[in-house]
Write a protein that binds this ligand. Structure first.
Ligand SMILES: *Cc1c(COP(=O)(O)O)cnc(C)c1O
Ligand SMILES: *[C@@H]1O[C@H](CO)[C@@H](O)[C@H](O)[C@H]1NC(C)=O
Ligand SMILES: *[C@@H]1O[C@H](CO)[C@@H](O)[C@H](O)[C@H]1NC(C)=O
Length: 400
């Protein structure tokens, strides 16, 4: 029988955040007593190799591709944030995607979200395909279609929620149930857009949570890194083998920066949440705006689902301006506090045109089918003073 878990809700109707997240982000893996010098901040250990007492008699550290103390600290802390047993880091988010693809073998089949992050899409269609691994893309909000697309050789479900850039919210629990009707399907959820502060997919039945740590997790737009988080020991051993065997590992210096970024994750995410909701509400009422997508707005198609499965929403907002490319260009070039740039999840507010930037390489018909129109603007709302952000948006809309 299925256990019914009742969650308490917060003032906005989302799942209430249990106590302890910020404390874990600051302390797990960082006990000063693990170092002989009792350093409160975990040291950056750049050594590639480690002295052995006798041949193969070592401290557990042999060579830094396999294991490194600074990386260990980060991986333990990351695992704790998803209430998971194991965490592994990779040199980039796409490095984590590559490692996960190499878990598969010739003849296997992937079911992936249709509105997938562009780089993950390329990895499936241009790299996995060369390994005789096939992929079908599906709209995971259409559960009937998901049931239809599963094959006997399906081994991987690749879910993103909310999606990029249209912030479609997928019922992760329902998708996991479909996937797990087959014995060997691994469900991966790319949780980059929300971070474990707002969504913990393992609690919803997923097998692996994947991150581009380059975004909210680091939060300061100065590291490129990825991670895979899981509870299953067999999956962990497979991926740990691949981390070492493929060599897709981050540098100790970047691990240090990432670890430092995590310490303020809870603080930053709270501010992203309130700033982005204020921006979304302001834009939704503006005469030059056609439509705003933000899962915290009652107008969002999956508003109820979003409240049911997440602890809130991050700084990501999608805005459809009235008009097309000209209006979008004038708007983006008029912004003074928001910066026109790729990426997301940093303390600074960014804005971009998905049709010209992240989806620029797609054919116009493909973009149209995906709903990526020229008037669409993607905002990554940062943690600046909200009045400055609203004023900036107001003046940029006035110049359109
Ligand atoms: C950025 C991003 C990635 C890729 O991560 P990198 O660190 O840039 O390699 C994957 N998924 C999502 C949702 C992202 O935003
Ligand atoms: C390639 O994959 C298909 C299943 O999609 C399988 O039938 C075939 O045997 C595979 N080919 C090789 C060479 O493994
Ligand atoms: C890590 O990779 C090296 C190859 O450079 C290999 O010798 C070693 O056995 C690997 N370790 C593990 C635990 O997989």
């Amino acid at each position: 029988m299925r256990k019914v878990v009742h969650h308490s809700v917060d003032k906005d109707g989302f799942r209430a955040q249990p106590k302890g997240f910020a404390t874990k982000a600051i302390h797990v893996g960082q006990d000063p007593e693990q170092w002989s010098c009792m350093a409160v901040v975990p040291p950056i250990l750049m050594s590639s190799t480690y002295k052995q007492h006798a041949p193969d008699e070592h401290t557990g550290f042999k060579y830094s591709r396999l294991r490194n103390p600074t990386r260990d600290v980060l991986e333990r802390c990351l695992a704790s944030l998803d209430n998971a047993k194991f965490g592994l880091t990779f040199s980039t988010g796409l490095g984590a995607v590559t490692a996960l693809i190499t878990m598969l073998k010739s003849g296997d089949h992937i079911v992936a979200e249709r509105d997938l992050y562009g780089g993950s899409c390329t990895a499936f269609t241009k790299i996995a395909s060369k390994m005789n691994i096939s992929v079908d893309f599906v709209d995971f909000t259409d559960l009937g279609k998901v049931e239809e697309i599963v094959k006997p050789n399906t081994k991987l479900f690749w879910v993103e929620s909310p999606t990029n850039p249209l912030l479609k919210v997928v019922d992760i629990e329902a998708v996991c149930k479909i996937a797990h009707k087959l014995p060997e399907v691994v469900v991966v959820v790319d949780n980059t857009f929300l971070s474990p502060y707002f969504q913990r997919p393992l609690e919803l039945g997923a097998d692996i949570v994947m991150y581009s740590l380059s975004k909210y997790m680091n939060g300061h737009s100065d590291v490129i890194m990825g991670a895979a988080i899981m509870n299953d020991e067999t999956l962990y051993q497979k991926l740990q083998f691949l981390q070492n065997a493929t060599g897709i590992v981050p540098s100790p210096f970047d691990c240090y920066l990432l670890n430092r970024g995590l310490k303020t994750l809870a603080l930053r995410m709270e501010r992203h949440r309130t700033n982005a909701l204020a921006v979304a509400k302001f834009l939704e009422g503006h005469p030059k705006v056609d439509r705003v997508l933000h899962p915290g707005l009652p107008s969002h198609p999956q508003h109820a689902l979003s409240k049911k499965q997440t602890y809130g929403h991050s700084g990501m907002v999608a805005v459809f301006l009235k008009g097309g490319l000209d209006e979008a260009s004038v708007f983006l070039q008029s912004l003074r506090v928001f910066t026109l740039a790729e990426s997301l999840g940093g303390v600074e507010s960014l804005a971009g045109s998905p049709s010209r930037m992240t989806f620029g390489s797609f054919a116009p018909e493909e973009r149209a089918a995906m709903g990526i129109v020229d008037g669409l603007i993607r905002l990554s709302v940062g943690v600046e003073d909200i009045d400055d952000l609203l004023e900036d948006l107001q003046q940029a809309l006035e110049s359109v």
